[in-house]
Each structure stands twice: as structure tokens, then as C-alpha cells.
Design a protein. Structure first.
Length: 274
């Protein structure tokens, strides 16, 4: 039978390694050597040499230090492991923001153990803030402990969200928001799912939800939110993330489900938070 809990000493080592690799990848961001920018799912879904170089750097270091671990990366890395640990990497979450020098983009490195998030490190390279967490430990931002808000009233909640690249999908997402926006304080959209989840963890947002995000968008941020005292859940079939403080999550989830009964369920699109 597989263990459901990683060895604490090994977990600490993984955590430390993830922080080191996030810092190294952040240096790639800072150089801004974007090279030839191409597109992926749509013409507005870009990939740059920064994405590729940062992922290569992280993957190479993991393979050297942890050859038995699995690795999933946004830029097509897919390596099966035998250790029970799998690294989940988004080398540049918020590429559009990065190319426009809009201040919301990050390196996101998560480590899961037997399919469950165990370590999360998100380096917000726009604000030079590094968020760090592991199970059975507090979440931190630049070394200082952070916590989710105590907001318990959806009407007073500042809600983050995101949109897809495909125009028809964005339309359906906007229609759903017309149902939600009268129920909340206001809505923010940064363009980086990893950063938004850390904003929930640190109290900059009360909550966040989005449909269409991939596992590499959320794997690290989920653990940061959980270690900050919040609730973060991901539904693989819908590719939906819902995260908030513990006093708000049920209200938000109920509101999203109810909004979908009015507008229709959203298909799992390609996210713009890439």
C-alpha cells in the first residue's frame, strides 16, 4: 500500500529545492530574453524563449537531483517517476502579462505525492515576492507567515477570476460573471492563476475561481492556500479551481453552481492564465 504522507525530512528537502529552482528560473524572467514568440492554442496564446528556458532549467536540475521523480511541465515535459513524487511546473504563468510588462507573472513549482499536493512555491517575478508552503507547515511570503482572510460574507468578498483565449468561451465566462458580480464586493482579473491563488493566501483577495485552468496552473498555489489556512479545490473534468478562506468557500461554490444553472455549464477551455 502506498503511503499517503511523505517523509518529513524528504519533504523539507523537496521544499528547499523548489525554492532554489524558483529563484533560478526567476533570473531567466529578469533577463527578459524573450526570443522569437510563437503561439500555442490560439493566436493570442503565446510562448517565448523565457518559457522554454525556464522550464528546461528546472527540469534539468530535478533530473540531476531527483532522477526517480516524475515531472509535468506546461511546455510539453512529461516524465514518469517511481518515487511517488511528481513535480508540476509552470515556468512562466502569465506570459501575455510578461510580454506586455504588465505586473502579474510568476514561476510556479508544485510537488505532489501520490497525486496529492505536498509542496508549493510561487515566485511572483513582477513584485519580487516568493510564496512558499508544504503540508504540515505555514505558508510564507518572503519568509513571513501569511493567512487567508476571515471574510464570511460573499457580498463583502473581493473575488478574483480569469478568462480563456477562445472568444466564444470568454463570452460564456462573462455571462456567468454577470450572475456573480451582484453577489460580491467586486471582481479582479490579474491574468496569472498562480499569483491569484497566492493573493488569496496572503489576503489580497478573499477568493478566486476559474474554469479552464490546467493542473500546472494551480498545483503550487493550492498548497500555498491550504497552508495559509484556506480551502482550495480543483475539479479535473471541468478544470475548475475554487479557493478562499474557510468561512467563504461553501458560499462561493454554491454561487458558482447556481450561476451555471442560469447560464449553462462552462466547457473546459484553454486558460489565458498561461
Amino acid at each position: 500500500m502506498k503511503s499517503s504522507t511523505p517523509n518529513p525530512t524528504e519533504l523539507k528537502h523537496l521544499h528547499s529545492l523548489a525554492v532554489v529552482l524558483a529563484r533560478q528560473a526567476a533570473e531567466v524572467h529578469v533577463r527578459r530574453e524573450t526570443g522569437f514568440v510563437t503561439s500555442k492554442s490560439t493566436a493570442t496564446d503565446p510562448i517565448s524563449d523565457v518559457d522554454r528556458e525556464a522550464e528546461t532549467l528546472i527540469v534539468t536540475a530535478i533530473r540531476e537531483s531527483r532522477p526517480k521523480d516524475g515531472i509535468i511541465g506546461e511546455e510539453e515535459t512529461s516524465i514518469e517517476g517511481t518515487s511517488g513524487f511528481c513535480w508540476v511546473i509552470d515556468p512562466l504563468d502569465g506570459t501575455v502579462n510578461y510580454l506586455y510588462e504588465f505586473p502579474s507573472h510568476a514561476v510556479s513549482i508544485g510537488v505532489e505525492f501520490n497525486g496529492t499536493p505536498a509542496v508549493g512555491v510561487v515566485y511572483d517575478t513582477a513584485l519580487n515576492e516568493i510564496y512558499s508552503a508544504r503540508i504540515n507547515s505555514n505558508a510564507t511570503k518572503n519568509g513571513r507567515e501569511i493567512q487567508v482572510t476571515s471574510c464570511s460574507n460573499l457580498a463583502l468578498a473581493l473575488l478574483g477570476t480569469g478568462f480563456a483565449y477562445e472568444p466564444s468561451v470568454r463570452r460564456s465566462q462573462a455571462e456567468l460573471l454577470t450572475e456573480l458580480i451582484p453577489q460580491v464586493r467586486d471582481i479582479r482579473r490579474s491574468g496569472s492563476c498562480a499569483v491569484d491563488l497566492c493573493s488569496v493566501a496572503s489576503g489580497r483577495l478573499d477568493a478566486f475561481f476559474e474554469t479552464g485552468v490546467h493542473w500546472w496552473d494551480v498545483a503550487a498555489g493550492i498548497q500555498v492556500v491550504r497552508s495559509a489556512g484556506g480551502i482550495a479545490t480543483y475539479e479535473p473534468e471541468q478544470k475548475r479551481i475554487i479557493a478562499s478562506g474557510p468561512n467563504l468557500w461553501k458560499q462561493l461554490n454554491s454561487a458558482v453552481v447556481q450561476a451555471e444553472t442560469v447560464t449553462g455549464p462552462q466547457s473546459p477551455p484553454e486558460s489565458a492564465n498561461i
